[in-house]
Design a protein around this ligand. Structure first.
Ligand SMILES: Cc1ncc(COP(=O)(O)O)c(C=O)c1O
Length: 432
């Protein structure tokens, strides 16, 4: 019988009523099949077969305080008992917006939504409205949600399919896109300021926005090259193009003011989600007054029945309070950097070296012949089957990882757990 027998049976049952047995594409790829979980507490999550895992998935990032943090759950329960959704304004929403405005450099005006995908969509819409230009520049391997205009060049079968570096093909991530889906965006490799400058200068008249993850978290967790973000900032200023930072992962991990505060580069618009509300549905589009003005005036429509519901707003307030009062972020970074170092060292000792990149609170691990990866094309050298075998080995030893190599740290992880993880990784790598 499989170690994951109960999950296997439930998954079989799920496939009869849930398309593919899951509710998000990214949940499909667990090995040997998607597992069913029953409880989460702190840095641990339990499956229905009775295994308890040390969790570095953290729900793909949101659980910055760990599972079921008591302060978050208590605040959500308190707020919910007063009503869940008013289709009207409430004080907590205003207070959260005021707090975010004081923390995030670009946040003069903002709007709340449920998901990062929606907020990214709104950011591009408002940039087109302000500039009157139709297109935007984005980068290979960056993820800005699953909507039509950004579901491109997120994955690629091999580097040859991507076209020339200075004029890449837009590779559809999904079937069912509109016929003209590629026309809205220009795509370039990341971290190449000269190339971006050439294209932006040549085509500024039709470009409304440059959208980028400030750290390329979704593929390789690649930091920005020195001068890259500030270079984009100068170009966007000069050419009157909106600079949009997609901080859905970096937000509240790299600093309470996000990557923009950390790197000292203020975008015109920024999108936050994930860690903001500890796993409750909440995202925010925040920006400079000029860029948010059309939404303020109602000439650009942003809406949503479920936006800024009390439980999500309360979860965000509680999360921010703990992050602030317990000064969590320096500890996350220290733990994360320790784990990165430990894994690197263990992988070399085991004769199975991994390339590990990132900033600590989140990082990427993978097997590649390159010394480091600098853009999406480099990440295509990662040996995916080998990493999948590593993830499966860790899972069999009760450590849960994301299959595509991204690791998240939470406030609930301890130095002893980090040590345990490194020792376990050594064991698995030795036998790979
Ligand atoms: C950088 C980035 N932007 C946007 C999104 C989409 O956010 P959501 O899944 O909340 O729609 C994600 C999700 O992983 C992300 O990593």
């Amino acid at each position: 019988m499989s170690r994951y027998e109960q999950s296997r049976l439930l998954y079989e049952r799920a496939c009869r009523v849930l398309a593919g047995g899951v509710s998000s594409e990214f949940r499909r790829y667990s090995v040997p099949h998607p597992l069913f979980y029953s409880t989460g507490n702190g840095s641990h999550i339990c499956d229905v077969d009775g295994h308890e895992y040390l969790d570095f998935t953290l729900s793909q990032g949101p659980l910055i305080l760990g599972h079921s943090h008591p302060a978050v759950l208590a605040e959500v329960a308190r707020a919910s008992s007063a009503g869940q959704l008013f289709a009207g304004q409430h004080l907590a929403e205003l207070e959260l917006a005021e707090e975010l405005a004081s923390l995030i450099p670009c946040a003069e005006l903002m709007r709340f939504s449920l998901s990062g995908s929606e907020a990214d969509h709104a950011a591009l819409r408002v940039a087109r409205a302000v500039t009157g230009r139709p297109r935007f520049l984005r980068f290979e391997g960056h993820y800005h949600g699953w909507f039509d205009n950004v579901a491109l060049s997120i994955s690629a079968p091999r580097v040859e399919a991507m076209g020339p570096r200075d004029a890449p093909h837009a590779i559809a991530w999904t079937q069912g896109l509109p016929a003209n889906h590629g026309e809205q965006c220009l795509i370039l490799p990341w971290n190449d300021l000269d190339l971006a400058e050439r294209v932006l200068r040549r085509q500024a008249h039709e470009i409304a926005a440059v959208i980028t993850e400030p750290v390329m978290c979704n593929n390789g967790c690649i930091p920005p090259a020195p001068g890259f973000l500030v270079g984009l900032r100068h170009l966007c200023d000069e050419l009157d193009i909106a600079l949009i930072f997609d901080e859905v992962i970096t937000g509240f991990r790299l600093g309470l003011g996000g990557a923009q505060q950390r790197f000292g580069v203020t975008p015109d618009l920024a999108v936050f989600g994930k860690a903001l509300a500890s796993g409750y549905p909440l995202s925010v589009l925040a920006g400079r007054r000029r860029w948010m003005q059309p939404i303020a005036e109602g000439t650009v429509i942003h809406a949503g029945t479920m936006n800024s519901g009390q439980p999500s707003i309360a979860a965000a307030q509680a999360t921010l309070r703990v992050l602030r009062e317990q000064n969590v972020l320096p500890r996350l970074e220290e733990l994360g950097l320790g784990l990165m170092h430990g894994l690197k060292d263990a992988s070399h000792r085991a004769g199975c070296p991994m390339v590990i990149q990132g900033l600590g609170p989140m990082f990427h691990a993978g097997f590649t012949p390159l010394a480091q990866v600098c853009d999406f094309r480099d990440t295509l050298t990662f040996d995916k089957p080998k990493y999948a075998a590593f993830v499966a080995g860790m899972q069999d030893r009760n450590i849960r990882l994301i299959g595509r190599g991204l690791w998240y740290i939470s406030a609930a992880h301890t130095p002893a757990e980090i040590e345990h993880c490194v020792a376990t990784a050594y064991d698995v790598l030795k036998n790979l």
